[in-house]
Design a protein around this ligand. Sequence first.
Ligand code: NAD
Length: 362
Amino acid sequence: MTRHRVAIVGAGIGAEHLTGFLANSERFDVAVICDLDASRAEPLVQQARAKGSSTAYANDLDAVLSDSSVDIIDICLPPQLHKQTILNALTCNKHVVCEKPLVASLAEIDEVAEMLNSSDRLLMPVFQYRFGNGMGALLDLIKAGLAGKPLVATVETHWNRLSDYYHVPWRGKWATELGGAVVGHAIHNHDLLCRVFGPVASVQADLATRVNPIETEDCGSLLYRMSSGALVTSSVTLGGAVDHSRLRFCFEHLTAESGLEPYNPGTAPWQFQARGPQETLGDAQAVIDETVAAHVLHVEGYARQFERLGEALDGTAALPVTLADARASLELITAIYQADATGARVTLPLLADAPGYGNWTV
Ligand SMILES: NC(=O)c1ccc[n+]([C@@H]2O[C@H](COP(=O)([O-])OP(=O)(O)OC[C@H]3O[C@@H](n4cnc5c(N)ncnc54)[C@H](O)[C@@H]3O)[C@@H](O)[C@H]2O)c1
C-alpha cells in the first residue's frame, strides 16, 4: 500500500477533510495545509502533528503545486477558484480531490475532462454524503431485487442560514458561489437521489430568494421525471428553523426513508418497510434485517470516501466518485436554472448546444 502525500488547500471545510485523511493515516500523510490565512491553517497543522504527521503550513498555492514531494492536491477553496486550481494541479502532475460544485459550468467540466483524459492522474470530486450506512443498505436492497420498480420520491433540504453565514464574502453571489441553495446545499441530496433512482430525464423548477438579501436563490420547488419514469419532488430552503435533510423513496416493493441528519442523511438508521402480500412480508423483512446489519460498522463520510480513494490509487478498486458523477450534478443544476428562467420543462441530457452549457446563470 503506497502512502500518499496530500496538500489540503483551504482550511474551512478542509478541517473535515483533515479528519478524513487522518482516519486513513496508513494511506495518507497530510504534508501541507495551505491557506492565505495562517490563523485558520495553524490549528489544523497542530492537529495533524499531534497525530504524528510532519505537516507544514504554506500560504503560497503555486509553491505547493510545484512541490514534487506532494502527490495529491485537495481543493477546499471557494467555488470560483476550483477550475483553474484543478487545471494547474493536473499540469503539475498531481492527483486531485475537489469540493463541490466542481466547476462553474458544463463547458468547464468538459474542459477539465479533456485535460484529465490526456493525463494519467486521478480526479475525485467530493460527494461524501454517499458514504452512509443507510444509503449503503438501500443500494444493496435494490441490487438484491427487493425494491422493484421506482415510483416516487421526496427530497427535503431544509437548512437554516442566518445573515452571519453571508459574512463570508464569496457566499450568496453568482460570481463566487456560482449559485444559491441549488448549487451549494441541495447538490448533495440530489446526488443521493440519482444514486438511488438513476438519471434525471426532465426538470421543472421554481426558484426564489426569500430568506436572506442575497443575489442567488435560497428557496426552490423542483419536479423531476427520472429516466425510469419515477417522479420526484425536491423542496429546498435555507430558512428552516433547524437544519434537516430527508429523502423518502417509494418503490413497488419497498419504502425507504432516511433520518433527518442534515449533513449526512445517508447515515443509518433508515426506515425500510416492505410492501406486498402479507405472506411474503416476513421473508422480505429478513432480507432487510440482514442487509441493514451488514452495513452497521462501515466508516462513513469523508473518511470512507478517502479510504476508497486510497484503494483507487493502489489500483485495487474504482474511484468512488467520478468526473461523470460531477458532470451529472452540474447538468442537473444547469437544467434547474434553465427551467426556472423559462418556465418550461427541460429535458436532459444537455449537450454542447444546450442553453446554459457555457454559463448556467444566463
Ligand atoms: N462537501 C461539503 O459538505 C461542503 C461543506 C462546506 C463547504 N464545501 C465546499 O468547500 C469549498 C470551501 O468552502 P468553505 O466553507 O470551507 O469556505 P471558507 O471560505 O470557509 O474556506 C476557504 C478557505 O480558502 C482560503 N483561500 C482562498 N483563496 C486561497 C488561495 N488562493 N490560496 C490558499 N487559500 C485560499 C481562505 O482563506 C479560506 O480560509 C466550497 O467549494 C464549498 O462549496 C463543501
